[in-house]
Design a protein around this ligand. Structure first.
Ligand code: RP5
Length: 163
């Protein structure tokens, strides 16, 4: 189980840490790279072309501003690509969101919310869970924990309101 997490700049790393941490929590091997669609376009293309051979099963690509990283990678591979628009400009991430999500027909990028780092990891886990039963079981536990947490918060709220 191996996922690549690629960021357009080292400055994106803090926004991406929930992706890396969540993947590791599920026992997935993570390779993190800084590769820019604009500043290192040849490296971006080489990376995407070789990703499947290297054993990656999903690629997560995060970038800000005119965020073309996920789209460029998706143009060079048939692996599923998940895009994270990063909030890194005066436009509050709307620039990255539109640049990442508005892909032309034939080259999909599964785009999560602006800075939606944890959901990107969970989507990758869900894709991999189609193949790996252990991940499927862990996702069931994860959902169950979420349910219990919300129920506990609700019960606490009722108690507080009755005081
Ligand atoms: C994007 O521009 C990067 O993904 C980053 O979010 C933003 C700023 O990059 P730096 O100028 O900090 O390298 O390409």
């Amino acid at each position: 189980m191996k996922v690549a997490v690629v960021m357009g700049s080292k400055s994106d790393l803090s926004a991406l840490m929930p992706t890396i941490d969540t993947l590791k929590d599920f026992g997935i091997e993570v390779a993190a790279r800084v590769i820019s669609a604009h500043r290192t376009p040849d490296i971006a293309a080489d990376f995407a072309r070789n990703a499947k051979k290297e054993g990656f099963e999903v690629i997560i690509a995060a970038a800000g501003k005119a965020a073309h990283l996920a789209g460029v990678i998706a143009g060079h591979t048939t692996l599923p690509v998940i895009g994270i628009p990063v909030k890194s400009s005066t436009m509050d991430g709307m620039d990255s969101l539109l640049s990442t999500v508005q892909m032309p027909e034939g080259v999909p990028v599964a785009t999560v919310a602006i800075n939606g780092a944890k959901n990107a990891a969970l989507l990758a886990v869900q894709i991999l869970a189609l193949k790996y039963q252990t991940l499927s079981d862990l996702l069931d536990e994860f959902k169950q924990d979420m349910t219990l947490n919300v129920m506990a918060a609700d019960a606490k709220l009722q108690e507080e309101l009755l005081r």
